[in-house]
Design a protein around this ligand. Structure first.
Ligand code: F58
Length: 853
C-alpha cells in the first residue's frame, strides 16, 4: 500500500501542468492551441465556435482525467465500500459549464477565451445535450452522481450509452413531430472509450443439467444462443470543491468477432453483417416513454445487456481484491436499483454465485439480498413493469428458472409465517398467473432487496398502503422507507442562475460558494427579508432572467413577451396526470372572460386594474410518440396560442406559448425566468416531482396540488408562500367512484370552455373530442372537473399578490409581498439539495461513509 501511495504522490506532481490549465491563462491558451492543431487537425485561422468548444472541452478534460485517475486509485487503495447506482437513464444535459464550475475554472476559461477572440457563452452553446433520459427519473440519476462526487463518496453510475437520446421535438402546424437526436455527430470529448473493457453477454439458447466431475453435484448449464459484447465508455463526474471524481460507466453493444460465423462460412456475407448490426441496435435508442412501460423485446434485451455487463464488471473488480471471499461482498458493495428496470441484476447475481461460483443457494441469496435496494418512482399501474413469462423464458431461459426458484422459496417462507392466510400467497407471488402469465418486476425487486424506498413522504406512505401493502405485512414496516428527492444546487442554482447565486454568496459572506454544498446555509437569507435594498436587487435579478427567457421564447416561437408581465410556467413531460389540460382550459376561460369584458366596453386598462393582470402562459414538454391524448393537449395549447397571440384586442393582457423541444439546457433558462410554476398533478399521482424544487430554489413561487414533494416544500417554506389548491389524495378514490356511478358534474366555467372549443375557434373540434369526452363521459379519471374552479380561485388569490408587486408604494401590506415570499422560499429550500438525499441513502440504505480526502 505504501508504494502505491508513492505512485499517487508522484502522479500528483506531474499533474500540476494539467491543473494549470484550470487557473492559468497561458497554460489554458497553450493547451487550447495544441488541441486545435493536433486533436482537431485545424489551425487557429479557421477555428470557429464549434472548434473552440472542442478545444476547450479537451483542455478541461485533460485536467479532469488527472483527478479521475487519482480518485480511482485512491478509492482502490482505501478499499472501502462503494455504491453502484444502476439507472437506465442519466439525463446529464451539457457537461462543460458544469465541469468549469465544479473545477473552479470558469473565470480563467472565460478570460482566456476572450483573449483568444471567443465568447464563453457562445462556445458553451455548441455542446449538444446528453439527453439519455426521459424526465424526472433520469435527471434524478444525473443529480445523484453529481452529489456522490461532491460529497466525497465512492460511487459509480452504470447505464447505457444510447446513440440516440430522447427524440427532438418540432412543432409543425401545432402538432408535435419527432426527429432523431443523433447527439454524437461530432466526437464526444467527455467520453473515454475503454475498448479494452469488453464483457460478453449472452441471450437465448437453452439450459441443461450436468454433473460436476469432481463432486458429482448436479449443475445447470446455460448454452447456445447469441453473444454480444458490452464495451465500456467512461464519463468522469467532477465534484464541487473537491478532487473526488467518480465514474459514470455507460455500455455500448458491439458484435463479437465470431458473430454468426456459420452464416458467413455458408457464404451469406450480407446476412452475417446484418446480424452484427442487430447487436449494435441494443444500445441504439432510448425508449421515449415517461411513466409508461411498452413491454418490447428489445427493451428487455437492453435491460439484461446492461445489468449483466455491470454485474460482471463489479464482480471482476471485487475478485481482484478479495478473491472468492464472498462473505465480504456485501461489506464492499451496495447496488441501488433506480426503479425496476435493473431488477434482473438480482437474478443475475444469484446466477453468478450459484451457477458460476458454486455457492449454495441460501448462502448466495443471503449475499444478494444484502447488496440490493430498490427505489420506486410511481404508483400508476401502467408504469409498473411486467414481463411475459414466454418472452423472458425465450430470451433468458436460465433466469426464468431462477425467478421461479426465488418465488418458490419466498412463498414457502410466507406460508410458514402466515399459515392461515392462503390469499396472501396469491397476492405476493412474483408471478402473475392471469394471461399473459408474467413476472411482476416490482415484486421481484422487493423480494430481492433489503430496503425499498419511495421518493417523497406522501408517495412512500402511499406505496405502503396500496401497491405494496401485502409486502409490508410479510416483511414488516422497517423494510420500507422514504428518501425525499433533491436536486443539485451546482447546476440548478450556480450554473442556471449565476446572478442569483452571486447575490446569495455576497449576502452569506461566502465568496467561495461553499453554501452550494451546505445548502442549509440559505436560511440566513431570512435576515434580509425586510431589507428594501436587497429586495430590489433580488427583483432585478429575476427581471434579467425573465429577459433571457423572453429571448428564448422569441427565438423558438417568434412570440414577443413583455418581461414585466407574470410569467406563468408549466414545463415537464406532457401527461394527463400532470394536467397540462387543466392549465390550458383555465387559460381559455381567461381569454373568454377578457373578450366578454372588452365586448361590454370595459377598457384594457380597467381590465388590468380590476380583473386580470397581464400574463404570459409558457408551456413546454414532450409527449411520448404513441400517446394520443398528450399530443392532443400539445395541439390545443398551440392552437390557443395562435388565436390569443394574434388577437389584436388582447395585446399584452395574455400570451400563450409552447417552447419546442424542452430539455435540460432549456430548463436552465426557463427555470430562473419564471414568476410562477405549475405542479398541479391529480393528488396521489406525482411521486415527487423535482422541477418544483428547481423553481422554488430560483425564486419563483409555486401553484400546486397537495401531491408529491409539494407537501414537504410547503412544510419547509411555509404555506403562506405557496399557492395550494385541489382535492386531496384521500378523496380521489371516492371522487372517481362518484364519477362512474353518478356521472361527472361539469361546472359552468368549464362548460363554457368546452363550448368554445366545440365551436371550432381553436380549429377542428373533432381533434379535441377525445380530450373533452374523457372528462365529460368517461369518468374524468384525473379529476379535472373537480379541481377546475379551485384552480381558478387560487389564481385570483395569487394574482392579487403579484399585481401589487412593485406597484403602489403606499400599499405597504402588499408591497414586495411576492418578492418576500420568493426570498423566504429560497431561504428554506436547503433540504432539497440532492446532497442531503445522498447522505440519507448512504446512512440508511448503503451503509457507506464519505472518503477521507
Ligand atoms: C418520475 N418518474 C416521477 N419515470 O414521475 C416523478 O414524480 C419523480 O420526481 C421522478 O421520477 C424522480 O423520482 C419518471 O420519470 C420515468 O420516466 C420512467 C422511464 C422509463 C419507463 C417508465 C417511466
Amino acid at each position: 500500500k505504501y508504494s502505491q501511495l508513492k505512485v499517487l504522490d508522484s502522479k500528483k506532481q506531474t499533474a500540476t501542468t494539467e491543473d494549470d490549465v484550470l487557473t492559468n491563462k497561458d497554460a489554458f491558451e497553450e493547451s487550447f492551441v495544441k488541441h486545435v492543431e493536433t486533436t482537431l487537425a485545424r489551425n487557429m485561422y479557421n477555428c470557429d465556435n464549434l472548434a473552440a468548444y472542442q478545444a476547450t472541452s479537451n483542455t478541461i478534460r485533460d485536467a479532469l482525467l488527472i483527478d479521475w485517475a487519482n480518485t480511482q486509485q485512491k478509492q482502490t487503495i482505501q478499499d472501502g465500500k462503494r455504491v453502484y447506482y444502476l439507472s437506465l437513464e442519466f439525463l446529464m444535459g451539457r457537461a462543460m459549464d458544469n465541469a468549469l464550475i465544479n473545477l473552479k475554472s470558469r473565470d480563467n476559461t472565460k478570460k482566456s477565451l476572450t483573449e483568444l477572440g471567443f465568447n464563453l457563452e457562445d462556445v458553451l452553446e455548441q455542446e449538444p445535450d446528453a439527453a439519455l433520459g426521459n424526465g424526472g427519473l433520469g435527471r434524478l440519476a444525473a443529480c445523484f452522481v453529481d452529489s456522490l462526487s461532491s460529497k466525497n463518496y465512492s460511487g459509480w453510475g452504470y447505464g447505457l450509452n444510447y446513440q440516440y437520446g430522447i427524440f427532438k421535438q418540432k412543432i409543425v402546424d401545432g402538432y408535435q413531430i419527432e426527429t432523431p437526436d443523433y447527439w454524437l455527430k461530432y466526437s464526444n470529448p467527455w467520453e473515454i472509450m475503454r475498448s479494452e473493457i469488453q464483457i460478453p453477454v449472452d441471450f437465448y439458447g437453452y439450459v441443461y443439467e450436468d454433473h460436476d466431475p469432481n463432486t458429482g453435484k448436479a449443475k445447470k448449464i446455460w448454452a447456445g444462443g447469441e453473444r454480444v459484447l458490452a464495451v465500456a465508455a467512461d464519463f468522469p463526474i467532477p465534484g464541487f470543491n473537491t478532487d473526488n471524481t467518480n465514474n459514470l460507466r455507460l455500455w455500448n453493444a458491439k458484435p463479437t468477432e465470431e458473430f454468426d460465423f456459420t452464416k458467413f462460412n455458408a457464404g451469406d456475407y450480407q446476412q452475417s453483417v446484418g446480424a452484427q448490426q442487430r447487436a449494435e441496435s441494443i444500445t441504439s435508442v432510448l425508449y421515449p416513454n415517461d411513466n409508461f412501460e411498452s413491454g418490447k423485446e428489445l427493451r428487455l434485451k437492453q435491460q439484461y445487456f446492461w445489468v449483466a455487463a455491470s454485474l460482471h464488471d463489479i464482480v471482476r473488480r471485487f475478485k481482484k481484491n478479495h478473491k472468492n471471499n464472498w462473505k465480504k461482498f456485501p461489506d464492499q458493495i451496495a447496488i441501488q436499483l433506480n426503479d425496476t428496470h435493473p431488477t434482473l441484476a438480482i437474478v443475475e447475481l444469484q446466477r453468478i454465485l450459484v451457477d458460476l461460483e458454486d455457492l449454495e443457494w441460501n448462502e448466495a441469496w443471503n449475499i444478494v439480498t444484502k447488496v440490493f435496494a430498490y427505489t420506486n418512482h410511481t404508483v400508476m399501474s401502467e408504469a409498473l413493469e411486467k414481463w411475459p413469462v414466454d418472452l423472458l423464458g425465450r430470451l433468458l431461459p436460465r433466469h426464468l428458472e431462477i425467478i421461479y426458484d426465488i418465488n418458490f422459496f419466498f412463498l414457502k417462507e410466507v406460508e410458514r409465517k402466515f399459515p392461515d392466510d392462503r390469499d396472501l400467497l396469491g397476492k405476493v407471488s412474483v408471478i402473475e398467473e392471469n394471461a399473459p402469465k408474467s413476472v411482476k418486476m416490482a415484486f421481484l425487486a422487493i423480494v430481492g432487496s433489503h430496503k425499498v424506498n419511495g421518493v417523497a413522504e406522501l408517495h412512500s406512505e402511499l406505496i405502503k398502503t396500496t401497491i405494496f401493502k401485502d409486502f409490508v405485512k410479510v416483511f414488516g414496516e422497517d423494510k420500507f422507507t422514504n428518501v425525499t428527492n433533491g436536486i443539485t444546487p451546482r447546476r440548478w442554482l450556480r450554473q442556471a442562475n449565476p446572478e442569483l447565486a452571486a447575490l446569495i454568496a455576497e449576502k452569506l459572506n461566502d465568496p467561495n460558494y461553499e453554501y452550494l454544498t451546505n445548502l442549509g446555509r440559505l436560511k440566513k437569507l431570512e435576515e434580509f427579508v425586510n431589507d428594501d435594498e436587497f429586495l430590489k436587487r433580488w427583483d432585478i435579478v429575476k427581471f434579467n432572467n425573465k429577459v433571457r427567457l423572453a429571448a428564448l421564447v422569441k427565438e423558438t416561437t417568434g412570440v414577443v413577451l413583455d418581461p414585466t408581465v407574470l410569467f406563468d410556467v408549466q414545463v415537464k413531460r406532457i401527461h394527463e396526470y400532470k394536467r397540462q389540460q387543466l392549465n390550458i382550459f383555465a387559460v381559455i376561460y381567461r381569454y373568454l372572460k377578457i373578450k366578454e369584458l372588452l365586448s361590454q366596453g370595459v377598457s384594457v386598462d380597467e381590465i388590468k386594474e380590476k380583473y386580470y393582470i397581464p400574463k404570459a402562459s409558457i408551456f413546454g414538454g414532450k409527449a411520448a410518440p404513441g400517446y394520443y391524448m398528450a399530443k392532443t393537449i400539445i395541439h390545443l395549447i398551440n392552437k390557443v396560442g395562435d388565436i390569443v397571440n394574434n388577437d389584436p384586442e388582447i395585446g399584452d393582457l395574455l400570451k400563450v406559448v409552447f417552447i419546442p423541444d424542452y430539455n435540460v439546457s432549456k430548463a436552465e433558462i426557463i427555470t430562473p425566468g419564471s414568476d410562477l410554476s405549475n405542479h398541479i398533478s391529480t393528488a396521489g399521482t406525482e411521486a415527487s416531482g423535482t422541477s418544483n424544487m428547481k423553481f422554488a430554489l430560483n425564486g419563483g413561487l409555486i401553484i400546486g396540488t397537495v401531491d408529491g414533494a409539494n407537501v414537504e416544500i410547503t412544510r419547509e417554506i411555509g404555506e403562506e408562500n405557496i399557492f395550494l389548491f385541489g382535492n386531496l389524495a384521500e378523496s380521489v378514490e371516492d371522487l372517481r367512484h362518484k364519477h362512474i356511478y353518478e356521472g361527472v358534474h361539469i361546472p359552468q366555467t368549464l362548460a363554457q370552455v368546452f363550448s368554445a372549443i366545440e365551436s371550432g375557434i381553436f380549429g377542428n373540434p373533432d381533434e379535441y373530442k377525445a380530450l373533452i369526452d374523457g372528462i365529460k363521459y368517461h369518468g374524468d379519471y384525473y379529476l379535472v372537473s373537480d379541481d377546475f374552479e379551485l384552480f381558478l380561485a387560487a389564481h385570483v388569490k395569487l394574482e392579487k399578490v403579484f399585481g401589487h408587486h412593485g406597484g403602489d408604494a403606499s400599499d405597504t401590506d402588499h408591497l414586495h409581498k411576492w418578492v418576500k415570499s420568493a426570498v423566504l422560499s429560497v431561504a428554506n429550500m436547503g433540504f432539497f439539495s440532492s446532497d442531503r438525499c445522498i447522505d440519507e441513502y448512504a446512512e440508511d440504505i448503503w451503509n457507506i461513509e464519505p472518503l477521507n480526502q
